[in-house]
Design a protein around this ligand. Sequence first.
Ligand SMILES: [Ca+2]
Ligand SMILES: [Ca+2]
Ligand SMILES: [Ca+2]
Ligand SMILES: [Ca+2]
Length: 299
Amino acid sequence: MKNKHVLAAILGLSLFTFTACEKDENIEPIDVFEEYARPITTESNKYISKILSYRPGPGQYTNKNLGDVASAEKIVGNKTALVSLGAWGGSIIFTFDHTIYNRENDKDFIIYGNAFSSFSEPGIVQVSFDENGNGLADDTWYEIAGSAHTKTATLHQYTTTYTNPKSDTEAVTWTDNNGNSGSIAAGTTNKYPLFIEEQDEVTYTGTRVFPTVNTSGFTSTEPLEWGYVDNYDADYSANGNGNAFDIDWAVDTDMNPVSLEGVDFIKVYTGAQLNLGFLGELSTEIKGAEDLSIVDVVE
Ligand SMILES: [Ca+2]
Ligand SMILES: [Ca+2]
Ligand SMILES: [Ca+2]
Ligand SMILES: [Ca+2]
């Protein structure tokens, strides 16, 4: 190194260029996945280990049982609790005690909901790898593009702003980035999430899908084909009403597929904005989540 410095002083820029090239050849690029993936061990648990964020939309359960922070915490470590995400855009972010590995040609995790054959409330999934290794979900998010993501009615880069009525008896009103507006029907308590930081209004961002609703007779909602939470799937109806996801379904913001070796963080948000009359607003529920990639390592 010392000699290089002396030579650099003599030869100037041309040698600087030479040493720069030499440097590039000698330094191996960091394999971010190898560096920061949290391995699966015999001690690893297949269920959620921690809730990182719970920011529901307004809703009939919001601020109450099924819609408060305590309810969110209960989905840790099992698949039989229940938390509601409220109206469109309301979300939860959770992690596991290890990285979920992307299994080749196989699904990688299940999220459990409470859908049944005539009633689905599709939630949209996003995944993220802890690429800066700081344990925080502050990395790039990729959305799981389910069957409805390519439908023409689906709204991408969609935002909705909810306003806190600061009243127990007034509806929560909303406006979106398409110039539409609406409200979450009033009840006897304020339906705006009263435990999030934003207490005047909050803006949620994501994709909005449009499940088919039948209002003749008993109100029912049809499941989307595949790729959503709380969305009836006959294959899993006997197994806690889960929906299984393949990390290979993840896309970037331009809907281009991305290649991820594994994910650390999963976000789920309510994917539809629908008033279902006496049933209240459509809201995604989650009972827990389970890593499937763990079976490759731990029997
Ligand atoms: Ca996979
Ligand atoms: Ca991070
Ligand atoms: Ca619901
Ligand atoms: Ca539900």
